[in-house]
Design a protein. Structure first.
Length: 135
């Protein structure tokens, strides 16, 4: 089964959220790599620069490139994302990431972004929301 990992999933992973750690470990043992949008790589690098942890961000990005199927934004994704944005009002970057998952055949999507992702009807796709503990 193909699984999509949104930017929020990796934020949960960095915060050592138990379910995110478990899933990442399980995926490392799987023959089917998870799908990650190239936009997620950009978001994670931006966040790491903003936090003055660019080396950590670059290492995380490198690990994702090794362990996942990183999908670039192409025409089919842009077209699908436009429809998702128009029908749900979610931010365009989220619609691009979600379109990447849908076009790639993901049956599970893992994110922390319940506010945006739950607005979209994704028949046949299960959404899993990881929660970050407030400190």
């Amino acid at each position: 089964m193909v699984i999509g990992l949104d930017t929020g999933f990796f934020i949960a992973l960095m915060h050592k959220e138990k379910e995110a750690l478990r899933l990442w470990n399980d995926l490392s043992l799987s023959d089917i790599p998870p799908v990650v949008s190239m936009l997620t790589i950009g978001e994670l690098l931006y966040i790491s620069f903003r936090l003055n942890k660019s080396d950590l961000g670059k290492q995380l990005a490198e690990n994702i490139f090794i362990a996942a199927n990183v999908v670039p934004v192409e025409r089919e994704i842009v077209e699908k994302a436009a429809g998702l944005k128009a029908s749900s009002g979610i931010p365009y970057v989220d619609s691009l990431i979600l379109a990447t998952f849908l076009i790639s055949g993901c049956k599970e999507i893992h994110t922390t972004d319940k506010n945006h992702f739950s607005r979209v009807n994704t028949k046949g796709v299960k959404l899993f929301f990881h929660y970050l503990k407030k400190v």
